[in-house]
Design a protein around this ligand. Structure first.
Ligand code: TYD
Length: 197
């Protein structure tokens, strides 16, 4: 079972991934929580580039795919051992963010055909202005907001873009308190979980 949590910066993804992880752990499920970008050499390069702002869309795209190739080996190993894997961002982030930076979505889909496919995708949806105001490290510029508006628009298209996964993609309103959001996520996940107490 591969559960992917997605959303723009400030949507509360990491908080929700952690709440879900804790909930499943308490039920004695075998569960792992992973995040992308990872801490691989590629993940470190990605964070450096994002912090400096010096990169091309192409460069960043290639780094995300390389980082994900390493992570996919990890994901496959965990899944084969019966773990529920919760993933805080996956290739759907690449569709939304690198798509917004001009990388063709058909190319992104083609390059990710052989990656493990999710069983549940949760997209946390929120207005970028509100999301940015939640971030501690303020990236609260007009430019950041415009960019996240593009990213959000692509996220909202994801059920159509990934039509073959449509039934397992859920868009959740993230403009609520974290407990309410986590309850909705739990309703979605609970019925698909097979681990025993
Ligand atoms: P993340 O670690 O989720 O953000 P934070 O450090 O705030 O918790 O992701 C870092 C940034 O990387 C975020 O702005 C989204 C971006 N990103 C992409 O552009 N493409 C991708 O494929 C992924 C996984 C992340």
């Amino acid at each position: 079972m591969l559960i992917v949590i997605e959303g723009i910066d400030g949507s509360g993804k990491s908080t929700q991934a952690k709440i879900l992880f804790d909930r499943l752990s308490k039920m004695s499920c075998k569960v792992a929580l992973l995040a992308e970008p990872t801490n691989s050499i590629y993940g470190i390069k990605i964070r450096e580039k994002l912090a400096s702002g010096e990169y091309t869309a192409e460069e960043l795209y290639e780094l995300f795919v390389k980082d994900r190739e390493l992570n996919a080996a990890n994901i496959r190993r965990l899944l084969s051992r019966g773990y529920i894997v919760i993933l805080d961002r996956y290739y759907i982030s690449t569709i939304a963010y690198q798509g917004a930076q001009g990388i063709p979505i058909e190319r992104i889909l083609r390059d990710h055909k052989n990656f493990p496919q999710p069983d549940i995708v949760i997209i946390l949806d929120i207005d970028p202005r509100k999301a940015l105001s939640r971030l501690k490290k303020k990236k609260d510029t007009f430019e950041a907001q415009r960019f996240l508006e593009k990213v959000r628009a692509i996220y909202l298209e994801v059920p159509r873009i990934l039509a073959h996964l449509n039934s397992l993609i859920k868009v959740v309103d993230a403009d609520r308190n974290p407990i309410e959001v986590s309850e909705e996520i739990w309703e979605i996940v609970r019925e698909k979980i097979h681990c025993r107490k």
